[in-house]
Design a protein around this ligand. Structure first.
Ligand code: AMP
Length: 417
């Protein structure tokens, strides 16, 4: 009996918490490798930060925001996405541009919880602010693909599209609207009523009926202005040069209103249909102005870390737990004292090490070592203390050897030596 975590949230405990931590570590390592700087923004923002940017007709703003009033009657919202806060923070800080930033943070959305869809989830996001050049789009796309590869995912499809900009999208929108009007009867209920709010959104509706309509719809690629076409050609060329396979998907539009030009998504076939996207991003050149800030072009992505873990599990790989460290097992008072010293020596040498808090049987200590996820036990009995040795046992296969006590740390940092 007791409290369960709120619906749509989950406790992260070992080993899942450790798999998540490895994703965080890989995120930091890779982002830094590409020259991105770490950014943190508050967990909640003035509601307008999201309402003015994501689009009044977006699902996030219409249905999914955790909005509350604080005691001073300010309307605040738990961060449902990271791009608008990062743009707000970086542009108002006056940081020199272009600025390449990344974040690894929790997000909150009040959706219907299901496999791969939570109310609290974690994202790795990267943003390049202050340049329109297609090379920035390419770099973010390559970084995201590399991250997924390093996470151990083997089966990821990269989908790309250009959704035009303020000079060509309005005319396309009208063409699409006219087409949707003619086909309104075929649309799924929600879109029958709401297709006019954001006609592009109908293109990536998951409903079968809407999909049929979307398949035959006028394609944005036939309506791009020269600027958008050249930009997109530059992106595709860059992806080819980087050796990244891509697929152009005409119905890919992304869920938030602020995207222009490049839109992309990483899709996993092992995830459930509606939750197959591991992450995605695109260009958002007008977003800063929506926040009342100086125009600042930008491009970036957000990857869902919870979904990446789910895909890793579904692919049947990547979940191997790296057992590590030494659990020092002792017999007798003298050995226990000497064991405490050994633990300190190992830690000082950077080798994870621990021992039981109390004196318990050999069997009890070995059980504790196993549960703690140790890779090795170092056994110290009377004989070992007298000889200045340690019996090292690898828990995976029980292989044992007796080594001079002073060699334990180097054995652990080079276990196969
Ligand atoms: P978005 O910010 O909507 O573009 O989402 C980017 C990525 O974040 C998605 O592809 C998912 O991997 C992840 N994501 C978005 N919403 C959720 C959610 N409710 N639960 C878990 N992951 C999510």
């Amino acid at each position: 009996m007791g409290f369960a975590p709120p619906r749509g949230t989950a406790d992260l405990l070992p080993p899942a918490s450790e798999a998540m931590r490895r994703l965080y570590e890989e995120a930091h390592a890779l982002a830094v490798l590409y020259g991105y700087r770490y950014v943190e923004t508050p967990a909640f923002e003035a509601t307008e930060v999201f309402a003015h940017t994501s689009g009044e007709s977006s699902d996030v703003v219409r249905k999914e925001m955790y909005t509350f009033e604080d005691k001073s009657h300010r309307s605040l919202t738990l961060r449902p996405e990271g791009t608008a806060p990062v743009v707000r923070a970086v542009v108002t800080s006056g940081a020199s541009l272009p600025f390449k930033g990344y974040y690894v943070e929790a997000m909150w959305r009040y959706g219907r919880p299901q496999k791969g869809r939570l109310r609290e989830f974690r994202q790795l996001g990267v943003e390049v602010l202050g340049t329109e050049l297609p090379g920035a789009d390419v770099e973010t796309i390559v970084l995201g693909a590399e991250y997924l590869r390093r996470a151990g995912l083997r089966d990821v499809r990269l989908e790309v599209n250009s959704i035009g900009d303020a000079s060509c999208r309005p005319a396309y929108r009208e063409t699409l609207l006219a087409y949707l009007e003619r086909n309104r009867g075929r649309l799924h209920d929600e879109h029958k009523e709401r297709y006019a709010d954001n006609p592009l959104r109908v293109l990536d509706c998951r409903d079968d009926a809407c999909r049929d309509v979307a398949r035959e719809a006028p394609r944005i690629r036939d309506h791009l202005c020269n600027g958008c076409r050249e930009h997109f050609d530059g992106v595709l060329r860059g992806l080819d040069e980087a050796g990244l396979a891509w697929e152009r998907v005409d119905t890919l539009v992304r869920g938030l209103d602020y995207y222009v030009r490049t839109a992309y998504e990483y899709v996993s076939p092992v995830l459930p249909e509606g939750q197959a996207s591991l992450g995605g991003g695109g260009r958002y050149d007008g977003l800063a102005e929506l926040l009342g800030l100086p125009a600042t072009p930008g491009v970036g992505f957000a990857l869902g870390l919870d979904r990446i873990l789910l895909a890793m599990k579904e692919e049947g790989g990547g979940a191997a737990e790296a057992v590590c460290g030494v659990f020092v097992v002792t017999m007798g008072a003298e050995a226990r004292r000497s064991g405490g010293e050994l633990v300190r020596e190992l830690r000082a040498a950077g080798v994870p090490a621990q021992m039981a808090f109390d004196e318990r049987s050999l069997k009890g200590q070995l059980r504790t070592a196993d549960r703690a996820g140790a890779g090795f036990v170092a056994i110290l009995g009377e004989r070992e203390v007298a000889d200045g040795t340690v019996t090292l046992r690898r828990l995976a296969d029980g292989v044992e050897e007796t080594v001079p006590r002073g060699d334990v740390a180097s054995r652990m940092t080079r276990p196969d030596a």
